[in-house]
Design a protein around this ligand. Structure first.
Ligand code: AMP
Length: 228
């Protein structure tokens, strides 16, 4: 990474946790409550696939198999997005970094603009529950609000509570087989980042099997403490 673009100027939080841990849901809440920008490399990659960009074409099959897209592609996508002006409000990284190479690249990028991570927050969940969590989830196609068939149904079926939209989307990789591979990739390649950030003194662990609002309250206090 070369730091030659607009630098990130303020708070940087990382949400760590396996697929289904609630990173996206909690990142959206932090975005609403603190004005930070949620940066999901999964969303950026899905947009690249939908747009048929070169990176998207290279990432598509890898994502469908539940494997990790190459560090080179993901780092380039994240670097470009971080250089956009809205990121100066502070960012919540959701799904990045996922490998030590990505974590080191992020450190270098932030260092080059005199920044560092405010906190890496690990959402601690039971793996066994993740397949159920993921297989029932869907989002509003208009505003991106997340729902779950059992754990977070819409107040009026088919109508988004948040924006009134009526087109719901389920991700192609949210099926039992791919989820198993995504969990395996998490344990092999991403879980070591918990020690990586612990050794930097930047790690907070949050129990994340409870209610969405309870977890959000705990997260708010971690963010408040880190930015005080
Ligand atoms: P997510 O939306 O975070 O669950 O990501 C969906 C898929 O996108 C993952 O299963 C990976 O194939 C790919 N992906 C997202 N973020 C990354 C990343 N930081 N590194 C590598 N692959 C990623």
């Amino acid at each position: 990474m070369d730091g030659s673009k607009t630098p990130v100027t303020a708070p940087v939080f990382i949400l760590l946790g396996p697929p289904g841990a609630g990173k996206g849901t909690q990142a959206r809440k932090l975005e609403e409550n603190h004005g930070f920008v949620q940066l999901s490399t999964g969303d950026l990659l899905r947009a690249a696939v939908a747009a048929g960009t070169d990176a998207g074409q290279r990432a598509k099959a890898v994502m469908e198999a539940g494997d990790l897209v190459s560090d080179e592609i993901v780092i380039a996508i994240l670097r470009d997005r971080l250089a956009e002006a809205d990121c100066a409000q502070g960012v919540i990284l959701d799904g990045f970094p996922r490998t030590t190479v990505q974590a080191e690249a992020l450190d270098r990028l932030l260092q080059s603009s005199g920044q560092r991570i405010d906190a890496a927050i690990s959402l601690e969940v039971d793996d066994a529950a993740m397949v159920d969590r993921i297989s029932g989830r869907f989002t509003c196609g208009d505003c991106g609000e997340g729902y779950h068939d059992s754990f977070k149904p819409m107040a009026k079926p088919g109508i988004c509570d948040h924006c009134g939209g009526n087109e719901m989307k389920r991700r192609a990789d949210d099926n039992a087989e791919t989820v198993a591979q995504r969990l395996a990739a998490y344990h092999a390649q991403t879980a070591p980042l918990i020690d990586y950030y612990a050794s930097q003194g930047a790690l907070s662990r949050i129990p994340a099997m409870g209610a969405i609002e309870e977890i959000a309250t705990t997260l708010d206090s971690v963010v408040a403490q880190a930015t005080a």
